[in-house]
Ligand binder design. Structure first.
Ligand code: SF4
Ligand code: SF4
Length: 354
């Protein structure tokens, strides 16, 4: 890992060079009445330190709907479209710039699902060409709880490069601690030189920790109190039959919003569609909150009501995934709480059994 101090204007110059070299750059952006990661064409379109966007960058790697096969049927023969042959070279280089630590961390969960055998080639072709530049959180929302899932406002998990603003200003302008975390991050710096502060070349491990400690302590009080949701997963399993689930699940009406806004939800369905003489097999986002998610062809449904479906969502995120992977399948972004139409509060639900 490398680290150095860089002036904001030099970071913007560097990003400008990347934009001019035909690399696609996505940044958190307000668009009309919502916010998401949007592609920008010029550096003037970047607004630093935006609030965590309403939609995560999940759709860049795992689109809401994606063709995985196209075919026609001619004289009883199935003919596939050879142009739909995905590999790492079929995708353009893409930078996701200024993502908060919660969204950056989600990449670890996505990778576990899509890059474990059997590898999802559609995801891999995009991931191989994506560079994630995280930015320390300066705008937490009241529903955020990243510190309860083992993260923080300056966590570098999932980032290739991570930026933390320094609280003090130099005479020439705002400065950032720049941490280069992965070889992908090194590649970006090697190919597109970033002008660093000569006086701060040898920044020590202790100095880095101090910068981050200061930043975290400045914003910690703005999010939900820190609890440990990474441990005691058994307590949740032991309460599988608790009466509480009835009270919790009964108000959920299975709209799926929580899964669609969640940066780590990865369930999808495969559906064949027909349009203008061509069939498309589409990979579409799905949700364990939908009634037909587990509906069998026989008509039997092992999760017959929203009570079982909502319990599954919580146990998958905090017990099953944690047991298999060693991390929660939740990065504490608080989106599901914020956008649930009945205000189902995941932090409150998880807090019942710790
Ligand atoms: S957003 Fe709320 S109501 Fe909709 S499925 Fe999720 S928990 Fe249920
Ligand atoms: S479960 Fe909710 S809080 Fe956790 S990562 Fe998903 S949307 Fe964010």
């Amino acid at each position: 890992m490398k680290a150095f101090i860089v002036e904001e204007k030099n970071i913007l110059n560097w990003l400008s060079k990347l934009l001019q070299s035909n690399i696609k750059v996505y940044v958190p952006k307000n668009v009309e009445d919502y916010s998401s990661y949007e592609q920008i064409e010029q550096i003037e379109d970047l607004v630093l330190h935006q609030k965590r966007p309403e939609f995560s960058f999940k759709n860049i790697l795992f689109p809401q709907t994606e063709s995985v096969l196209e075919y026609t049927i001619e004289k009883n023969w199935v003919k596939t479209n050879p142009d739909l042959n995905y590999n790492s070279t079929s995708e353009e280089k893409t930078i996701i710039f200024g993502a908060p630590p919660c969204d950056c961390a989600s990449i670890i969960a996505l990778n576990h699902v899509f890059l474990s055998e059997p590898i999802d080639i559609f995801y891999k072709s995009k991931f191989d060409n994506v560079y994630i530049i995280g930015l320390a959180c300066t705008n937490p929302e009241p529903e955020c709880f990243c510190t309860s899932v083992g993260s923080s406002m300056t966590s570098t998990k999932g980032s290739d490069i991570f930026l933390t603003p320094l609280s003090s200003k130099s005479n020439s302008g705002k400065e950032y601690l720049v941490e280069v975390i992965t070889t992908k991050g090194m590649e970006l710096l090697k190919d597109y030189e970033l002008q660093v502060q000569k006086s701060n070349k040898k920044i020590t491990k202790n100095a880095i920790e101090e910068i981050k400690r200061k930043h975290d302590s400045k914003y910690e009080s703005q999010i939900l109190p820190k609890k440990d949701f990474t441990q005691n997963n058994q307590t949740l399993s032991e309460n599988f039959y608790s009466k509480d689930w009835e009270e919790i699940g009964i108000t959920c009406f299975g709209c799926g919003v929580c899964a669609y806004v969640c940066p780590t939800c990865t369930c999808y369905d495969l559906v064949d569609e027909y349009e203008s003489g061509c069939f498309r097999r589409c990979k579409n986002w799905d949700s364990c909150g939908f009634a037909n998610f587990t509906l069998h062809a026989s008509g039997h449904n092992p999760r017959p009501t929203q009570i079982e479906r909502y319990r599954q969502r919580i146990l998958h995120k905090f017990t099953y995934f944690t047991e298999q992977v060693g991390m929660t399948m939740c990065v504490g972004c608080g989106r599901c709480t914020k956008f649930c139409p009945v205000h189902k509060d995941i932090y409150e639900v998880r807090s019942r059994w710790i």
